[in-house]
Design a protein around this ligand. Sequence first.
Ligand SMILES: *Cc1c(COP(=O)(O)O)cnc(C)c1O
Length: 394
Amino acid sequence: MPDRPDDICPRPSKLPSQPTTPLAAPIFASSVYICDDPQQAAAMLAHEAPGHAYRRDGHPNAELLAEKCRQLHGAPQAAITNSGMGAMALAMVSQCRQGDHVVLSNQMYGRSLAILTEEAGRLGIESTVVDSSDHQATAASLKPTTKLLVVETIANPLLRVADLARLADIAHARRAILVVDNTFASPALCRPLEFGADLVLESLTKIMNGHSDVLLGLLCGREESWERVPTALSTWGLTASPWDCWLAARGIGTLHLRAERASANALAAAQFLANRAEVEKVHYPGLPDHPDHELATRQFGGRYGTIVTFTITGGTTAATRFIAAARNIPFCPSLGELTTTLTHPETTTHRVLTAAAREALGIRGGTIRLSVGIESSEFILAALAEGLDALNVV
Ligand SMILES: *Cc1c(COP(=O)(O)O)cnc(C)c1O
């Protein structure tokens, strides 16, 4: 009896056999896979046999992307999460339990600060916030119950650089592990595991994907810290979408070209801004007056990243004017795009802080954070000049 049309349509399709390998990877959108038998299904679900059964437990596009990131970081293990915050959550829930303590830098990304203090606190995990550039204070804040020391390679918005080798020693001396958020640096600038970090996380949403069209995170690290990661990833529902993974794998293909061009542009922008009378202060690790210039040179091998922060005279009013006049630099509260963008920390990333806390971090009304893109440097300098020139028109 021939198949009825209403039986043909819902039946699974057989993939056409393919003698050649596609150069661009396919997208595996399936949420579930046909298993051979119960034994195979059980083994795959327990991560004891290769293959996929259910997408939340893993899928080929996440694995392809994880493998690229694993190689970029020289990491024994890597996992992709549904956002950078997903990677931070995964680091926390895979390593900590009630009664544990975490130490974190006072210059963490806002949501990272929130998850490691407020959210952690609700789960019975204690936290201490320190100035991680002060190594004595950092060492003194670790306790016998400290599980994690968490820092960012290059911190927002003043671009302080963490001395990863020193911080790894401080963590390990107290049997804690060093967790590094490497989002601003990316592996094009820094591979924190080489400096002794145990876990590295990145928001792939930023320069790693680089095309402003996905939300993804990476957690990678050492075997000793990995035991609970695969199960926690699936159990807490942090798995990434195959569509996002596919796009990010494409974006990463040009990471090194983009990072090289954007870092060179950032240095040119920082030098240009430092010579303008309207600019009070430029924060860029590539400038000799940055407090971490030597450390950055040592740790990043001669490149200094794609973010430049500067403060113009005249406070919030001047910043607002600059943002309106710099028409070729979109105001976007993120970073790592193809195009040069800017944001205003006082009203975006650091808006929840008190004015005094912002001042202590060096963030003023006139402070602007620039995420430098891959346009020609001439275009970027002209776009900045357009904004600055408007400040002189009365
Ligand atoms: C953006 C960002 C995150 C969070 O990543 P999402 O992908 O937005 O969840 C974490 N850390 C840093 C430094 C970031 O810039």
